[in-house]
Design a protein around this ligand. Structure first.
Ligand SMILES: [Zn+2]
Ligand SMILES: [Zn+2]
Length: 379
């Protein structure tokens, strides 16, 4: 099979396939079908690895296997379907989450809360149930993970989830803007709307938490407290804009945040998904404070808190998906903040070759790497 475009015929590509629950990613030769009328075929240049890739491999969420994951792709448009008008071949694009564009929440500008979000992003197929990827034996693989399945040299995205970006910014760093980085930054800027002089505590400073720290700094927050158990991450948080760092393994995080925040903070963000940490993030709030929830634990995970501790001080708890991002606006905004030096997210990134995908995921799980980005081979 040649690598040239064939209308109606598959294109040879390499992809990282997960064959079963918890199985390692295996680089396989695959065939990617042509884009349908509203789809865009993208040659992936680099793709970030997000915690969600690891937990879906481990089936916290029931994405059907075997399949192709990857949802922080950045690349160059190779081919567009007949109805696509927002990009043309050669454009640089960041791929983001998928939404339907027709439900009540999409219609009112909240696509991160699309009523079909789960099906469109972790359903393992297009909305009509079809897939576009086959393995070397011609057997279908589940794909369209977050509308892209970008752990491959080519990905089929939709016109709704390709975001055109400027060509003068290095494309290979931009993929994580499509999920992890917009999740943290958007939680602060779009959802909680942290402003000048506010106080914020960020629980867990991995890629999402550090993005939140940088966004809080860009927004002019006066007190930005980073909490984690990894000293190297706390050190980086201080370099990226945190005003205080608390090692939760060494001191009581609730007491420390209350002390620093003069009794409590205006905003907290839990990126961990751990019930005990979310409880701490609620307990550190001051009067009228709001806790944002972005961590993703297994389905069914519950947390407890004293109802009075929420009601009497007028506190709020707010679930936030994808940073409330309307990606066509927000991703170019983050690129502009980066260009101005106000959002140096490239400092979170460590590059790996595509073949080293399992090492990259292991390094992230161990806390050695904050945001792994896989460079794709040129095909
Ligand atoms: Zn929708
Ligand atoms: Zn993600």
């Amino acid at each position: 099979m040649s690598n040239q475009t064939h209308s109606g015929v598959g294109r040879a590509a390499k992809a990282a396939v997960v064959r079963g629950k918890g199985a390692p990613f295996a680089i396989e030769q695959v065939q990617i079908g042509p884009p349908t009328a509203n789809e865009v075929l993208v040659r992936i240049v680099a793709v970030g690895i997000c915690h969600t890739d690891a937990i879906v491999r481990d089936q916290y969420y029931p994405f059907p296997l075997p399949g192709v994951l990857g949802h922080e792709g950045a690349g160059i448009v190779e081919e567009v379907g007949a109805n696509v008008t927002n990009v043309v071949p050669g454009d640089h694009v960041v791929l983001t989450y998928m939404s339907c564009g027709q439900c009540r929440y999409c219609e009112r500008g909240e696509p991160a809360y699309c009523s079909d979000f789960f099906m469109l992003n972790v359903g393992g197929a297009r909305k009509d149930g079809t897939t576009g990827t086959c393995d070397a034996h011609g057997d279908s693989l589940h794909d369209h993970f977050f509308g892209q399945s970008s752990f491959g040299t080519y990905a089929l995205a939709h016109s709704r989830n390709v975001i055109k970006v400027a060509k003068d910014v290095p494309l290979e760093i931009l993929g994580p803007l499509g999920c992890g980085i917009q999740t943290g930054a958007g939680a602060i800027l779009n959802a909680l709307q942290v402003g000048v002089g506010d106080s914020v505590a960020v629980f867990g400073v991995g890629g999402v938490g550090l993005s939140a720290v940088m966004a809080a700094r860009a927004a002019g927050a006066a007190i930005i407290i980073a909490l984690d158990v990894t000293p190297s991450r706390l050190k980086l948080a201080l370099e990226l804009g945190a005003t205080h760092a608390v090692d939760s393994g060494k001191e009581n995080p609730v007491e420390a945040v209350r002390r620093i925040g003069g009794g409590g903070v205006d905003y907290s963000l839990d990126t961990s998904g751990k019930p005990s940490v979310l409880r701490q993030a609620i307990d550190v709030l001051g009067i009228r404070g709001t806790c944002g929830v972005v961590g993703a634990p297994p389905l069914g995970t519950e947390v407890s808190f004293d109802i009075n501790s929420l009601m009497i001080p007028g506190r709020s708890i707010r679930g936030i998906c994808e940073g409330d991002s309307v990606a066509t606006e927000f991703i170019p905004q983050l690129v502009e903040l980066y260009r101005q030096g106000r959002f140096p997210f490239d400092r979170l990134i460590k590059f790996y070759e595509f073949d080293d995908i399992n090492t990259a995921i292991d390094d992230a799980a161990k806390g050695l790497t904050i945001k792994p980005v896989l460079r794709m081979p040129v095909v």
